[in-house]
Design a protein around this ligand. Structure first.
Ligand SMILES: *Cc1c(COP(=O)(O)O)cnc(C)c1O
Length: 349
């Protein structure tokens, strides 16, 4: 534990920003009022209304849904339920989300990595060679921080490769930004498929800490053995239930449409900036871009209160920064700051 590096969450990294574009949060708060006054009582372990509403939203049955303290808790529950420390392993494909390795390290489970291909798809032959002893394969689609979807044909091949051996965990934290790509309907075909979801991104509720694991009942039943007796507090369940009402889902979809518009605006504007070398396509509420001098750009924007996410240390992402899609005003502030920098470097040259 002494050598372990904790997850470098956006909040831990600090900064005195007023434009927070480093954690893929929704840029504005959505107001809620508590409807329950029963804090003297313990909450339900799996609040019925939340489970029923999420199942309906995902097109599944309630016994295929588990709710937890964010998708992050789902990531860890799966390891605790399906991996024996010192014996089993997990596998994932960097560059990707940082919590798979952090959770594995804290629980003492070996993790294996198979680098994504040049276009950030699965390297299936290399994965096949590494599967011995692997119980869980984590696959993020659309992937954080690159923003791309994983090819559906490749996912099918991976599911065939892992059948009877390992669970495939599809992290769909950003699926609301490309809902057609969900694997939820594949659960009927694959008993070893598991899907992670969250209210933290498109639903604008990162502070609520509420996420979902979607799987077939035998997998859900095993997770129910390791989950805490009261994973969600009563106010969390109350607000999650409201967010998953018909009105809540309609509002979320309006927000997604706005962010998708802002994303297109930001991508077009980034491509006009002299300091931007490459802007990658995105199916999410963030954009990854490669800059000619990313440390200076990161620092200059930071000093102006515009906080981005540095991805330099991820394999294959040298010079890359990730920018969450904020309000149009926030996107404009990023571009204005970058244009000033581009102007400055042109004067130098
Ligand atoms: C944000 C994120 C999560 C964590 O979601 P929480 O529900 O806030 O814990 C999981 N996976 C990916 C890929 C994410 O980007």
């Amino acid at each position: 534990m002494r050598d372990l590096t904790p997850y470098q969450s956006a909040r831990r990294l600090g900064g005195n920003g007023d434009v927070w574009l480093n954690a893929n949060e929704f840029p504005l708060p959505v107001p809620f009022e508590l409807s329950q006054n029963t804090l003297n009582r313990y909450p339900e372990c799996q609040p019925k209304l939340v489970i029923e509403r999420y199942a309906r939203y995902a097109g599944l049955q309630p016994d295929q849904v588990l709710v937890s303290r964010g998708a992050d808790e789902g990531i860890e529950l799966l390891m605790r339920a399906f991996c024996e420390p010192g014996k089993d392993a997990i596998l994932f494909c960097p560059p990707t989300y940082g919590m798979y390795s952090v959770s594995a390290e804290t629980i003492g489970i070996e993790y294996r990595t198979v680098a994504a291909t040049d276009n950030w798809q699965l390297n299936l032959p290399a994965i096949a060679e590494q599967l011995d002893g692997v119980k869980l394969v984590y696959m993020c689609s659309p992937n954080n921080p690159t923003g791309n979807l994983i090819s559906a044909d490749d996912i099918r091949q991976l599911l065939e490769m892992t059948r009877g051996k390992a669970l495939l965990i599809a992290d769909e934290a950003y699926i609301e930004f490309c809902p057609q790509a969900t694997l939820a309907s594949w659960l009927a075909e694959y008993p070893h498929l598991v899907i992670l979801r969250t209210l933290s991104k498109a639903f604008a509720l990162a502070g609520l800490r509420c996420g979902f694991t979607l799987a077939n009942p035998p997998v859900i039943d095993l997770l129910m053995k390791v989950i805490a007796p009261y994973p969600l507090s009563t106010p969390v369940a109350d607000i999650a239930g409201q967010a998953l009402s018909d009105d809540g889902i309609t509002l979320m979809r309006q927000h997604v449409a706005q962010l998708n518009d802002n994303r297109q605006w930001l991508i077009d504007a980034l491509r006009q900036c002299a300091c931007v070398e490459q802007v990658f396509a995105s199916e999410t509420n963030y954009v990854l871009a490669r800059f000619s001098d990313s440390p200076t750009i990161f620092k200059t924007l930071w000093d102006q209160g515009i906080i981005l996410r540095d991805q330099n240390k991820q394999p294959g992402l040298a010079g890359c920064l990730r920018i969450s899609i904020g309000t149009r005003d926030e996107c404009e502030r990023v571009i204005a700051a970058l244009q000033l920098l581009s102007g400055a470097s042109r004067e130098h040259a």
